[in-house]
Design a protein around this ligand. Sequence first.
Ligand code: HEC
Length: 181
Amino acid sequence: MARGALLFAAMLVMAVALLACNAAGDGEGAQASPGDPPSNRAAAIPTATPPPTEEPAPEVDPSVQAADASDPLLVAQGDILYQHYCASCHGVDLEGQANWRRRDENGFLPAPPHDASGHTWHHPDQLLFDVTKYGTTAVVGRGYKSTMIGFEEQLSDAEIWAVLSFIKSQWPPKIQAAQPK
Ligand code: HEC
């Protein structure tokens, strides 16, 4: 009971942090308004279906419980998993989708970049883990609409930490140091 309340409070804090970050946006208006020109992006919402690949799934040590961008094995394993599960939306080079700050006609945000140009690095590891595991809708709550599904069914906790290790390893040292803990 007490643990449930604590967990709920923690989720709330993270949701607020996430929203604040989105709202802080970059002036480009996080919310689409009726006067907005129609988006010229394809209407199709990409799916999380992993692309066919020859690469065998890596065996991530199940005892891994944190991201470590300085662990070459973890980073290499995370790279393979990232290309399987994340690249279709977040880009092969972590570049994200075009106009990622602008909601589409259905109110969904495109996938943001995970490189230094995005705002992934504005969030602590635990929040990135929760978004990856449970999805943005679950973390933000209140019916927030998002195509960022949770990967709870597809990836183990250790595999999620491997993917995050890979993402973090792509940030310049300055950005790695600036990421909130
Ligand atoms: C179907 C497309 C899709 C796939 C596949 C996908 N994402 Fe996302 N992701 C999104 C979208 C869209 C957002 C923005 C959600 C929002 O704020 O509404 C997002 C947001 C995120 C965020 C929050 C970033 C921030 O700065 O707030 C993280 C972290 C993330 N994704 C990690 C991952 C990881 C790791 C994978 C692979 C395991 C992955 N995503 C796969 C679409 C996708």
